[in-house]
Design a protein around this ligand. Structure first.
Ligand code: GLU
Length: 509
């Protein structure tokens, strides 16, 4: 149980669409906040203007809305700690950077991008692949640690572009506790002097992130594992400012269904499942498909996502959002990467589809069927088909024979199962059906059984051809339910049409 008021944030950068891993980060933050009567905040981190992608912010907000992950504070939702878009907070960061310079925790660096490139290239030639601006190399560079004070003042007065860099301490162990990973220790000799403030007057992600987490009173930083390498710097920044550190929880990566790599945006279309919550179209017109447009229910998607890295410790798998809030703990989030499983995702969707009331499904489908189909009939169709469907549309696509005559007949099954006496059996069975007065499922079944025993016939020898004549296909929901739904006239007429058709097929063969 957290001892302080819980305030958490999801802080995406609008550099592209939100991958499902991002949605999971938002979800875990949301669940944690709601569980502890806390506040869930959305903050847009757009300080890197070179990576800004048009439409990404709107996409992120719309995706979360579709998932039902609604913020208590965020863009467009007034709160005490706004604005919630970093570019709108631009004016506040410089003072913080200055504070670090004044306390000797950071310094000005005047090296131009060209100078830095040159050094990197030379280092590469000498076999040093990753040259870093760090505690050693900074003493050979043009910065306020190496230049005389008067030179620095002149450069600043002349408005020569500069960046502000973190003055990484030499050989210190940075220790912090991660709720999911336990104690993490990193030596500062392995860290570089990261840029905190850029020459364009904008803070970098690191500075803006820390300043805003502090200013917005964030209690727990819950984010993806890819940010773990940045955490020691962040911890040092908290210490440098003299601020209390938040709790950290770095969530496991989402892995490809095949192999061990990180799930990437290209995997989706490569393996035929969406990686994004909703459709995303790039400015070049390339489309990445989304769960929403594929027909997934948001609650099924969320349920599946919750299990990618967390489990409740029981065998229960179906959880509503409220139940997730109730059961979620960071302690039950695993360290190991979570392999995404498209089949399991489908399974969740099927469970949610089956659990939906027939009326609800009928309402979803009503605009996809002709006006002549009554609400009552559509509900019955949903009831009959939903056990076999994954998406609502499957109900009317796979069950099209419940709405109209079959347009084709399963030829393979016919050639395999249609015996020389099948036509005759079907004609006889048709006669029996004609004489049934109460054409309900139970009565049809009773008559069917009588028919089998009287004629000494096996179940399959009659049921399968009957099904093919009425539906065109060889599998589906209970045949007596189908027959009762269609009604006597319709069943008889379909059997006649079907028999004619099959005679024709046989003739052609
Ligand atoms: N803006 C970072 C991102 O895009 C946020 C990382 C964090 O939560 O600290 O993921």
């Amino acid at each position: 149980m957290p001892s302080k008021e819980v305030r958490v944030r999801f802080a995406p950068s609008p550099t592209g669409p939100l991958h499902m891993g991002g949605v999971r980060t938002a979800l875990y933050n949301y669940l944690f906040a709601k569980k502890h009567n806390g506040t869930f905040i959305i903050r847009i981190e757009d300080t890197d203007q070179t990576r800004f992608v048009e439409g990404a912010q709107e996409y992120i907000l719309e995706s979360l809305k579709w998932c039902g992950i609604s913020p208590d504070e965020g863009p467009g939702i007034e709160g005490k700690y706004g604005p919630y878009i970093q570019s709108e907070r631009k004016g506040s960061y410089q003072d913080f950077a200055q504070q670090l310079i004044d306390t000797d925790k950071a310094y000005y660096a005047f090296d131009t991008p060209e100078e830095l490139d040159k050094i990197r290239n030379e280092a590469k030639k000498m076999g040093m692949a990753n040259w870093q601006y760090n505690v050693v190399s900074r003493m050979n560079m043009r910065n306020s640690l190496t230049l005389p004070k008067s030179d620095v003042e002149k450069l600043l007065a002349d408005e020569v572009p500069y960046v502000i860099r973190m003055k990484m301490p030499r050989n210190e162990d940075v220790r912090f506790h991660d709720v999911i990973r336990g104690w993490v220790v990193v030596n500062t000799n392995n860290l570089d002097d990261k840029v905190l403030f850029k020459s364009d007057g904008m803070p970098t992600y690191h500075l803006a992130n820390i300043v805003d987490d502090y200013s917005m009173k964030i209690s727990h930083v819950i984010r993806g594992e890819e940010w773990l390498p940045s955490a020691p710097l962040h911890v040092l920044l908290y210490d440098a400012f003299g601020w209390e550190r938040p709790e950290f929880a770095h969530l496991p990566l989402l892995l490809k269904p095949d192999g061990n790599g990180k799930l990437s945006k290209r995997d989706g279309d490569r393996l035929g499942f969406p990686v994004f919550p909703i459709d995303w179209k790039t400015s070049e017109g390339e489309l990445f498909s989304g769960y929403r447009e594929k027909g997934y229910f948001p609650d099924a998607f969320i349920n599946m996502l919750a299990f990618l890295g967390w489990n409740p410790g029981t065998t229960q798998e179906i959880f509503s959002l409220e139940q997730l809030i109730d059961s979620f703990t960071l302690e039950r989030v695993s360290k190991a990467g979570a392999k995404f499983d498209p089949e399991k995702t489908k399974w969740f969707q099927q469970q949610y589809l089956r659990a939906k009331a027939d009326k609800t499904l009928a309402a979803i489908l009503s605009s996809s069927v002709s006006n002549s189909v009554s609400d009552e009939n559509l509900e019955t169709i949903c009831k009959l088909m939903k056990e076999r469907a994954t998406f609502p549309e499957d109900i009317i696509n796979d069950g099209s024979y419940l709405l109209e005559n079959p347009s084709s007949y399963d030829k393979k099954m016919i050639s395999k199962k249609w015996k020389s006496n099948t036509d005759e059996i079907m004609n006889k069975w048709k006669e029996t059906l004609l004489h049934i007065e109460n054409f309900d499922s139970q009565t049809i079944e009773t008559n069917f059984k009588d028919f089998l025993s009287k004629n000494e016939l096996g179940f399959g020898a009659v049921l399968l051809p009957f099904r093919i004549l009425v539906t065109g296909v060889s599998a589906g929901p209970g045949m007596f339910d189908i027959a009762a739904f269609l009604g006597k006239q319709e069943v008889i007429s379909r059997m006649e049409i079907g028999l004619n058709h099959i005679t024709k097929i046989k003739h052609e063969a």
